[in-house]
Design a protein around this ligand. Structure first.
Ligand SMILES: [Zn+2]
Length: 257
């Protein structure tokens, strides 16, 4: 079972070594901005490395939005980050499911997701597999509650779309972790990556605050069980820098052995 961490983008391979990580995830740009990725000097080293690379798309991306001044730049930025991710040999580009401005806009939001993949297909296809991640909060989210996730997958099902399951987001978003792998796979048919995080907040709180695995509100054994059931690579997006994340990775390796 391959286990890793979300790390600072400056020197991801050094961060991986510091944690004994099999995989790393990082941002190609400021996650709060709209910048295109730049070529990285360590691209060849990342491709050649035994460490698997995943890239997280900027948070600002919301391809579901009914506001075309958000939706259209989001669509293009996602496409360009997929190209940037390919240049470092990434196995996936993780992007949040996004949200719409009102509950009656959800159908349009799912259709906007479909149009995102249609746009990319017209441009030659995303250069890195897109993994849509479930989110913790909001009333009009596309991938918080799984009834919405099912409608999202109905909309994008004709394209090759991956899924990233975040355990903190599921718990805080109000989806029970107990049988979650079965329920996700019933919708998406796949789980490509687990974001293994504990939550500082309660079930269905709608808050997105990650915690270390043996801290927080989720029974950590449940997080281990989710990874085992999914049979997918997992990475922690937990606090405490290299020390905190190394402890989390060690915890997972010991339980999953
Ligand atoms: Zn996550």
């Amino acid at each position: 079972m391959r286990i890793g961490a979300h790390v600072d983008p400056a020197e991801p391979l050094a961060e991986a070594a510091a944690r004994g990580a099999d995989l790393v995830q990082f941002f190609l740009t400021d996650p709060q901005g709209w910048a295109d990725p730049k070529d990285r000097p360590d691209a060849e080293a990342l491709i050649a490395s035994d460490v698997d690379v995943y890239i997280h798309a900027p948070y600002r991306i919301n391809v579901a939005s009914s506001n075309n001044r958000i939706r259209i730049p989001s669509r293009k930025l996602l496409f360009r980050h997929a190209a940037g991710a390919a240049k470092v040999g990434a196995k996936g580009l993780i992007v949040h499911g996004g949200h719409v401005e009102s509950a009656d806009g959800l159908d349009a939001g799912f259709d906007n997701w479909r149009k995102t993949f249609a746009f990319a297909a017209d441009e030659g296809g995303f250069k890195t597999p897109i993994l849509i991640e479930n989110t913790a909060g909001g009333d009009n989210a596309c991938a918080r509650r799984f009834d919405a996730l099912a409608r999202l997958w109905d909309a994008v099902g004709e394209y090759e779309v991956g899924f990233c399951l975040d355990t903190c987001h599921a718990h805080a978003g109000g989806e029970d972790l107990l049988d979650i792998v079965e329920r996700v796979k019933g919708i998406t048919g796949r789980i490509d990556l687990i974001h293994a995080n504990n939550s500082r907040d309660g079930f269905d709180s709608g808050r997105d605050r990650h915690d270390n695995l043996t801290a927080g509100e989720i029974d950590p054994e449940l997080i281990v069980a989710v990874i085992r059931a999914a049979g997918a690579p997992a990475l922690v997006e937990t606090p405490g820098g290299a020390d905190g994340q190394t402890a989390d990775i060690t915890y997972l390796r010991e339980r999953l052995a």
